[in-house]
Design a protein around this ligand. Structure first.
Ligand code: TRP
Length: 374
């Protein structure tokens, strides 16, 4: 039976079945045993792992074996600067920052400006425009609390020497037909985007190149990026490097309950630049799992799994499991009505955004120390 959803790095359509995706892609689930194993090093698992938002992996057990043998890993993830950042876009970086703190490891952050330049249909958008957007995105990312001495941020177009050199070595092992199959490219695809996947592969072994020894790499990513890293995993051993290990997240749902906050529908997402009023209006329109009227809601209760307000707490805004259970229970038993529920979420989001913007201005002054240019 054909899936009624499709996922590529540039577009997600339909309602994603996260289990089917794993099966089709040969990705493993993070089971309870692995959750416990991670918690052994970190005190407690991150709430996104506990709640199976980060729910899948490739070779995470191998990575932890290496760690136990005294061979620590580094983290690599990235951002394609297509526009302003949303709450959903922060998710890989929230996990990366936490891993950096808990394991004391280095983080490499790739800003794939050329990727977004090449994939934008609008002919008026210049590479310089994308670079500017990327600069603001990078500030949003680093402001999550990345440690300066252990973090490198690099723009692809500013790192021709190291990145390009290594991307070329990857490219030699990837054929046109492999890329066509992997990404579903037609013959009208520009050649930049055909080459691009080798740019996203290179940082997965960059530290090994720099240190002249094999260093394990862990990549936190949303499931739509798996295909790039799968190619990286195919090629890395051919160049003499370890395959990168991966840890995959689901998508933060759109405010209308769809599988992914699409960046093309600005009202279906919360941007880090949204005003307090914009947040209130957007959250007010969000789908809840509630009954048609307050009377019915009080009588029958609602469904937290279908309620976007509940899901936003689960995915991002309520790390405390006890408090989250309380919110879910109030939705289920009908004691919390939609208006109150939404008002509280909008306040929580606005408080987060306010603090985030304050941190961003502090990081703006020291951001140059994070950026690598060669
Ligand atoms: N391609 C990603 C995007 O469109 C950005 C990215 C670059 C990335 N390097 C990465 C994502 C490594 C995950 C891991 O946003």
């Amino acid at each position: 039976m054909a899936n009624d959803f499709s996922i590529t790095p540039w577009k997600v359509e339909g309602t994603v079945d996260y289990d089917v995706f794993l099966k089709d892609s040969g990705i493993s689930r993070i089971d309870d045993q692995l959750k416990t194993r991670i918690a052994k090093y970190t005190g407690a698992s991150h709430f996104m792992i506990r709640r199976e938002i980060y729910y899948a992996h490739r070779d995470l057990n191998w990575l932890l074996d290496q760690y136990e043998k005294g061979n620590p890993f580094y983290i690599f993830t990235g951002r394609g600067p297509s526009g302003g950042m949303t709450i959903g876009h922060l998710m890989p970086f929230v996990l990366a920052q936490w891993l950096q703190e808990k394991f004391g490891v280095d983080v490499y952050i790739q800003m794939s400006d050329e990727e977004k330049y090449l994939s934008k249909k609008d002919p008026n958008v210049t590479l310089e425009d994308i670079h500017k957007i990327g600069y603001e995105n990078m500030l949003d990312i680093v402001s999550l609390g990345f440690k300066q001495s252990k973090t490198k941020v690099f723009f692809d177009t500013d790192n021709a020497k190291t990145l390009y050199k290594n991307a070329v070595r990857v490219a030699k092992h990837i054929t046109f037909s492999t890329v066509k199959d992997a990404f579903g490219f037609g013959n009208d695809m520009n050649i930049g985007l055909i080459f691009y996947t080798s740019m996203q592969a290179a940082p997965a072994f960059l530290k090994s190149v720099e240190e002249h020894k094999n260093v394990p790499c862990l990549v936190p990513l949303a499931i739509d990026q798996d295909v790039h890293l799968r190619l990286a995993r195919d090629v890395a051993p051919k160049l003499g490097y370890y395959k990168p290990a991966l840890i995959h997240s689901k998508f933060l749902p759109g405010l209308d309950g769809s599988s992914k906050m699409s960046s093309s529908d600005k009202n279906n997402t919360i941007y880090l630049t949204d005003t307090e009023e914009e947040v209130r209006v957007k959250i007010n329109r969000a789908l809840t799992g509630q009954q048609a009227t307050a009377e019915l809601q009080k009588k029958y209760g609602g469904n937290p799994d279908k309620c976007v307000v509940c899901q936003y707490y689960k995915y991002f805004f309520e790390p405390d499991d006890k408090k989250l259970n309380g919110i879910f229970e109030a939705e289920r038993n009908g004691s919390m009505l939609a208006g109150e529920h939404k008002k509280h979420l909008a306040e929580t989001i606005n408080a987060f955004l306010k603090k985030h913007r304050q941190k961003k201005e502090i990081y703006r002054k020291k951001i140059d120390k994070y950026i690598v240019v060669d």
